[in-house]
Design a protein around this ligand. Structure first.
Ligand code: BGC
Length: 348
């Protein structure tokens, strides 16, 4: 079958290649791949900056924002042919560490976790794939066009879960949330904030294209000004940070309400230096009981929360997040950013 594969850490190696048909192991589901979403991590892998091939192999099948339709399901698996499914990205480390032993592989402590399409396990950008039923999530059939948004939604479902867990250490009744960055992660974080009944504000640099309208149609407020000024005006109780840009991170960290929680979700590259007043920042965080949390990946509870959030969302709004759909053979177009892009998907 054809799959989108890469030699990790080798720039320019991304290609559609012939790979052996996946063989379902005992109990596995065999799935026809429908589409994969492309995110910043995929672009980093394609640029030769991230990623690990399976042991003993050169090439990795990429793709971790999956969507497929079950072709074959063993009886008793809880799945049936025709089911719309998404494969979970991460698998627990083999030790396992305490977190992985408790199903919290998103919180793995020893770094020996594996990830489909990213770290040592083939991903989902193939014409078919296999997945263990315990790591497959069935989607509402109405999500057939947008189900590849489940994985990024699981990432923001985890971010919100972290915020609420940290918030619950004392009285917590947040009203205002600021989301920085109006890419797919930011927009999905805003969706989940609106679903929680919060007053949601979204900040991005652009003033044109689909992002301002997508934010407004959620019932949220769009901002394109300076992050520090916007945060100082809003004094948000919660910030979901999805730019990974140092200047934005520190501007919002200074600008929260007392007991403010900033959840960082953007993976930045090393080597960006800025000057900050560390004394003031420390003083602000201490005197306000503020918290900065990092959040990555998602466990099965977050996938379930994300599936529920997408099923409750406006389908037309979700479809507008997918600004381009390109066939597998034109994958290069999906890895080249266009000015109007939100989420680009590769159809399998
Ligand atoms: C994926 C996560 C993954 C992370 C680090 C992100 O793009 O959505 O599932 O854990 O990259 O590899």
């Amino acid at each position: 079958m054809r799959a989108l594969t890469v030699i990790p850490l080798q720039k320019g190696s991304l290609a559609v290649t012939e790979v052996p048909d996946p063989e379902p192991g005992d109990g596995d589901l065999l799935v026809d791949g429908l589409a994969v979403g492309v995110c910043g991590t995929d672009k980093e892998i394609a640029a030769g900056e991230y990623g690990w091939a399976p042991p003993g192999r050169d090439r990795l099948v990429i793709g971790h924002e999956s969507l497929g339709r079950v072709r074959q399901a063993p009886s008793g698996s809880g799945f049936a042919p025709g089911d719309l499914v998404v494969g979970v990205v991460r698998r627990p480390d083999p030790v396992p560490c305490g977190a992985c032993a408790h199903g919290q592989f998103d919180m793995c402590r020893n770094g020996r976790y594996t990830e489909r399409g990213i770290k040592e396990l083939d991903g989902y950008a193939g014409e078919s794939w296999v997945v263990e039923p315990d790591y497959a999530v069935r989607l509402d059939p109405g999500l057939a066009e947008v189900g590849m948004l489940l994985e990024p939604t699981s990432v923001v479902a985890k971010a919100w879960d972290e915020v609420e867990k940290v918030g619950s250490r004392a009285w917590f009744a947040p009203k205002t949330a600021l989301v920085t960055g109006a890419g797919p992660i930011g927009l999905l974080a805003a969706l989940l904030g609106v679903q929680r009944g919060l007053e949601v504000h979204v900040l991005d640099r652009v003033t044109e294209g689909p992002k301002p309208g997508l934010v407004r149609d959620l019932g949220a407020v769009y901002h394109s000004g300076d992050a520090g000024e916007v945060a100082a005006k809003l004094r948000p109780d919660v910030v979901i940070e999805a730019t990974g840009a140092g200047s934005v991170i520190f501007a919002v960290a200074f600008g929260t309400a007392p007991y403010g929680i900033v959840c960082l979700t953007g993976v930045s590259s090393a080597g960006h230096r800025i000057t900050i007043d560390a004394g003031s920042l420390n003083r602000d965080i201490v005197l306000e009981n503020d918290v900065l949390i990092g959040s990555v990946n998602a466990n099965l509870t977050h996938y379930a929360a994300a599936a529920d959030a997408l099923a409750r969302a406006d389908g037309a709004w979700l479809r507008r997040l997918i600004t381009r759909r390109v066939p597998l053979e034109s994958f290069r177009d999906a890895f080249t950013a266009g000015p109007e892009d939100v989420k680009v998907v590769v159809e399998l």
